[in-house]
Design a protein around this ligand. Structure first.
Ligand SMILES: Nc1ncnc2c1ncn2[C@@H]1O[C@H](COP(=O)(O)OP(=O)(O)OP(=O)(O)O)[C@@H](O)[C@H]1O
Ligand SMILES: [Mg+2]
Length: 288
């Protein structure tokens, strides 16, 4: 009997890569079974407060007694560790394929590329395929344990990171879409909503951030415009989950990495954040 010919090395290498991807996807499916609700926060538009909404929602859900994790998938501009007060901490690698997230205030577990970089100034200069592999590894090897909620903070846009998360987290509960009340924001945000719809992902609701500013005399000023959150909610038949005002103390709390609603519990923004968490929880938890 002649010896069976071995495939050439480049084919063997390719087979090995595909085997690894399959193995990681299986691990992701197993990890995700231990998390009840998986929610991604996206916008399309940059700088509208996605990370702030993700961090605040995570803290507020934890404050309601839920077990919460935050996965920061913003590879080029990660801001979750700073906003959630865990900058400089390092996730513990129990094994090369088992990494334990760090713990933020109120017991929220956090994982981010920023926690693995040598220092805050180091940029990540990667093309799409490398980012996709990295996100797959993060999802496969992060040991979240049992969670009620995993919130995924996405970068602006509808590209590699967003697609990778939606494709790999197969039973994503849905997405929350963040906008500011300007028509320019709406113009971009509708693309994110269409992206979610095209991929068969449920839009759980809209959060309008930076909705208005309340002057010390009590008058309201609509700095970026008015009504965009309501328009989007009506046009797409989804709930408007919150209208969070502009408040300079939000930016300061985020810079300090402390939960805003704990520091300023009587502010209108804090009430909106807590209401957002209550609305979201009662909506997704009612569905099972
Ligand atoms: N309602 C608000 N009032 C005041 N400041 C806010 C408010 N929401 C967010 N901010 C601040 O605005 C800045 C941008 O917010 P954030 O980083 O959450 O936006 P983003 O959408 O995640 O941005 P990127 O697109 O870069 O990921 C931050 O400094 C944040 O603290
Ligand atoms: Mg962000």
């Amino acid at each position: 009997m002649g010896q069976q010919a071995q495939p050439p090395p480049y084919v063997r290498a390719r087979i090995e890569v595909l085997r690894k991807i399959r193995e990681q996807e299986q691990r992701i499916a197993e990890n995700m079974k231990r998390i009840r609700y998986k929610i991604a926060v996206l916008s399309g538009k940059g700088g509208v407060g996605k990370s702030f909404v993700t961090a605040s929602l995570a803290f507020a859900l934890a404050n309601m007694g839920r077990r919460v994790g935050v996965l920061d998938v913003d590879i080029h501009g990660p801001s979750i560790p700073k906003m959630m007060g865990v900058e400089g901490q390092q996730p513990e690698a129990k094994a090369p394929d088992r990494i334990v997230p760090v713990t933020a205030p109120l017991g929220v577990k956090v994982m981010s590329i920023a926690l693995m970089l040598p220092d805050a100034r180091t940029p990540v200069i990667w093309r799409g395929p490398v980012k996709t592999s990295f996100i797959r590894e993060l999802l496969a090897y992060t040991d979240w344990g049992e969670l009620d909620y995993l919130l995924v903070d996405l970068p602006p846009g509808t590209g590699d990171e967003q697609l990778t998360v939606v494709q790999l987290v197969r039973n994503l509960t849905g997405v929350i879409v963040v906008t500011i009340p300007s028509q320019v924001s709406k113009y971009v945000v509708v693309k994110a909503i269409s992206f979610a719809e095209k991929l068969g992902t449920r839009v759980l609701g809209i959060v309008e951030n930076m909705s208005y500013f309340v002057c010390p005399d009590g008058s309201r000023h609509y700095i970026f415009g008015q009504g965009v959150g309501e328009e989007l909610a009506r046009e797409y038949g989804v709930p408007l989950l919150a209208r969070i005002p502009l408040d300079p103390r939000i930016s300061r709390a985020a810079d300090e990495g402390v939960p805003f609603f704990l520091k300023y519990p009587d502010s209108p923004a804090a009430r909106e954040i807590l209401e957002l968490a209550r609305r979201l929880a009662s909506s997704v938890e009612a569905d099972g």
